[in-house]
Design a binder for this molecule. Structure first.
Ligand SMILES: [Zn+2]
Length: 294
């Protein structure tokens, strides 16, 4: 069942197609009085821009309304829910594959200054396995943690109190656990592709032209803070800033996407997203140290 992209009110059809006319008519939401989903008429570029600008309507459109059949007087209703389930899985597998390819390429490019010379089949295989494992760890942790929170809240599976009183939250009626990793993929793929695109023009320096605070600047800090400042500078110098920036963008987008999909509080969503990251980083480090022992 599709939803209004402004208030998530569940509706049967988003628009009507007339047999005798070539135009369509967008439906109006009975709850907020706005067009249910104007994005069904928009090209993909607008959807991508909306994703970059973190507009909630694009998440509701992609997660709930994509492929929703119109109301047609001559054609019998098809079972949209069954079709939607298979579409969600198809999208998830396709986007996961894209994320793995993009992330693997990024890591291989970043691991060496002359990529063409140093790439070997085994390094590509190892990086791919590592990326797949980290992606699985992140998505499984985020999904399981979210399902626990939703169960505690009685939102999914919906408790008897919410089922008996008719809910007007289309997100709850149409919720599928697979929407959680799909939201993460929609959110993280664009920053990942942006990073890949930027890597073509910019490579972080491999040898250090590193900035350190001048003695005059250090004198401004009290003695106990100077060591902290030096430590922070060392950390900042050792960080791939392009990667850190796009990761931060991806994390913020993921948090925002999950906030649109779920009824969780901002701090709950932040904890869930961070837990996914920690699980991925922990597993990644464990696998790498295991490989270094072999
Ligand atoms: Zn509405």
């Amino acid at each position: 069942m599709p939803v209004c992209v402004h208030c998530a009110y569940p509706v049967k059809h988003l628009y009507t197609v007339y047999k005798t006319k070539s135009n369509i008519r967008l439906g109006v939401c009975p709850q907020c009085d706005q067009f249910l989903d104007p994005l069904i008429e928009h090209p993909t570029l607008i959807l991508i821009l909306d994703l970059v600008l973190l507009k909630s309507r694009v998440y509701l459109h992609l997660l709930f309304n994509r492929g929703a059949p119109p109301l047609e007087t001559t054609v019998p209703d098809i079972d949209f829910n069954t079709k939607r389930r298979s579409d969600v899985w198809t999208d998830m597998i396709m986007l996961s594959a894209m994320a793995v390819i993009a992330e693997t390429t990024l890591r291989i490019l970043a691991s060496t200054s002359i990529p063409e010379a140093a790439i070997s089949e085994s390094s590509i295989l190892r990086t791919t396995v590592l990326v797949v494992l980290e992606l699985l760890a992140q998505h499984l942790t985020t999904t399981l943690l979210t399902l626990v929170v939703l169960r505690v809240k009685g939102w999914y599976p919906s408790s008897t109190t919410t089922t008996t009183s008719k809910t007007t939250d289309g997100r709850q009626i149409n919720f599928l656990p697979a929407l959680i990793p799909l939201t993460l993929l929609y959110s993280s793929l664009l920053p990942l592709l942006l990073q890949l695109f930027l890597m073509i023009y910019y490579r972080p320096p491999t040898t250090s032209i590193r900035s350190v605070p001048s003695p005059q600047a250090m004198a401004l800090f009290p003695p106990f803070a100077q060591e902290l400042v030096l430590e922070a500078t060392r950390f900042w110098n050792g960080t791939d800033r392009l990667r850190a920036g796009t990761r931060l963008l991806g994390g913020m987008s993921s948090g925002f996407g999950l906030r649109v999909l779920l009824p969780t509080k901002p701090w709950e969503t932040t904890v869930i997203v961070l837990a996914g990251w920690v699980a991925a980083a922990g597993l990644g480090n464990a696998v790498q140290s295991m490989w270094s022992l072999i």
